[in-house]
Design a protein around this ligand. Structure first.
Ligand code: OAD
Length: 246
């Protein structure tokens, strides 16, 4: 692993445009479980709870079973060394943009300023009747489902399964993927589309794709140039210390 960390530090510092694609795995060390695999959310909760049709049919049930549960975990979470490492890379003028599939806001909390929230964010709510948006901190979440003053039910500003990614989000992410010369792919199983296409676009446009993940993914050995097998926090720490020592 040390040799790969050295290699990544070299690739990152010699690049002109570094971008990152992150997934649930980067927040595991912050206490938020991933979706898939052992201990994942979908082991405990039926994934159909994340479908827009199910939410529309019974918003109270989805709020109770999925959203409230996840939001409670997110509200307690703090950025870990994985998020902090990416923020440090931005501070060093190396990393430009983080495209994240996470809805937890931890990249911004760590200090990254250009974060594309590919699947939206739990931080924002939108009334399904009058379209008013607000910060979830401003809303009384002890009443489920939470309601706007107009009486409408609030939905989280996240992308449910069956909803499309906003065109501007998709366009900007695609542009970044095709322009970067290194893409760090951290803590994602890389199976949910269209997010998982971003490393493919990067690779086809000539970028190096570096994966950080304790497990192999469908990108490993084909799209990614190499996989640094380990936890995001530990690996990012290693990369930052090599870069700082140079
Ligand atoms: P997944 O749960 O599918 O994958 C998490 C990945 O993180 C796996 O590849 C793990 O091996 C890896 N992992 C686990 N612990 C890690 C650690 N400490 N450091 C680094 N990696 C670690 O999560 P995503 O790929 O983000 O969509 O899932 C994509 C989308 O599927 C989510 O955004 C969500 C979900 O359904 C929506 O909500 C629309």
């Amino acid at each position: 692993m040390d040799a790969l960390i050295e290699r990544a530090a070299k690739d990152i510092t010699s690049a002109k445009y570094v971008a990152a694609l992150t997934g649930a795995g980067i927040s595991v060390e912050s206490g938020i479980p991933p979706f898939r695999g052992k201990g994942g959310v979908w082991e405990k909760i039926d994934p159909s709870y994340a479908e827009i049709n199910r939410f529309m049919r019974d918003p109270a049930d989805v709020w109770r079973v999925l959203i409230k549960e996840m939001k409670d975990l997110i509200d307690r979470a703090k950025p870990n060394n994985g998020h902090k490492g990416l923020a440090k890379l931005e501070e060093m003028g190396i990393l430009k943009t983080v495209i994240t599939q996470n809805v937890d806001g931890l990249h911004q909390m760590a200090g990254n300023t250009d974060v594309i929230e590919f699947h939206g964010s739990f931080a924002r709510l939108q009334c399904m009747m009058c379209d008013k948006t607000c910060h979830s901190r401003e809303v009384d979440l002890s009443e489920i489902p939470p309601r706007c003053e107009c009486g409408g039910i609030y939905r989280p500003d996240i992308i449910f399964f069956g909803e499309i990614i906003p065109p501007e989000t998709l366009r900007r992410s695609g542009d970044i993927a095709s322009q970067c010369d290194v893409m760090l792919v951290v803590g994602t199983s890389a199976i949910v589309q269209p997010a998982a296409t971003m490393p493919i676009i990067a690779k086809q446009s000539g970028a190096k794709v570096i994966e950080i993940n304790p497990e192999r993914t469908p990108l490993t050995g084909s799209i990614s140039d190499y996989l640094i097998m380990g936890k995001a926090g530990e690996v990012m720490n290693g990369i930052i210390s090599v870069i700082s020592d140079r």
